[in-house]
Design a protein around this ligand. Structure first.
Ligand code: ZN
Length: 166
């Protein structure tokens, strides 16, 4: 973690120094994962959500311990406040209905993630039509994990499972 922070500081400094140039460097934010372009190993997963309140995949698979890079895209056109979509991977045993109610109560201020993410393994930002987000996280222990969209009223239709194989 110290190295990561050092890297972030260094990156920020470099970006600041290069301000006069037109080059745009991606800025790494703390607490946010980004694509690692140098990582040779890992699993790339892609998922979309649309204006019909549907994920394009109900099943995803990855290998335990591998680094998962998940690209989530909202391929619809509706705004975030009416048809927001995210990808939320839940801790096994989480009651989806209960979680969804808590997410609705948590609201936009917490990006629809309740309890400071205690029941969440990984999640994207809430997106509106045309937006996308990329997250990376380590594939957890082998098992079957539920993922949902935590926008109010969406988890009934927008849910699927990520199977982690040994
Ligand atoms: Zn949604």
């Amino acid at each position: 973690m110290k190295n990561l922070i050092a890297f972030i500081v260094l990156t920020t400094m470099l970006t600041a120094c290069g301000e006069t140039k037109k080059e745009e460097k991606p800025v790494l934010k703390i607490g946010q994962t980004t694509q690692n372009t140098t990582a040779p190993k890992g699993t790339a997963l892609a998922l979309t959500g649309n204006d019909m309140m549907q994920f394009d995949k109900k099943e995803l698979t990855a290998k335990s311990g591998e680094k998962i890079t998940l690209t989530f895209r909202h391929v619809g056109q509706l705004e975030k406040r009416v048809m927001g979509h995210n990808f939320v991977l839940l801790v096994p045993g989480t009651d989806i209905t209960g979680f969804a109610s808590e997410a609705a109560a948590a609201g936009a201020d917490s990006d629809w993630i309740p309890n400071d993410g205690a029941q969440v393994i990984a999640h994207t930002k809430m997106l509106g039509g045309g937006q996308s987000d990329v997250i990376t996280f380590e594939a957890p222990q082998p098992g079957v994990y539920d993922y949902i969209c935590s926008f109010p009223g969406h988890s009934g239709m927008m849910r699927g499972t990520l199977t982690i194989i040994p």
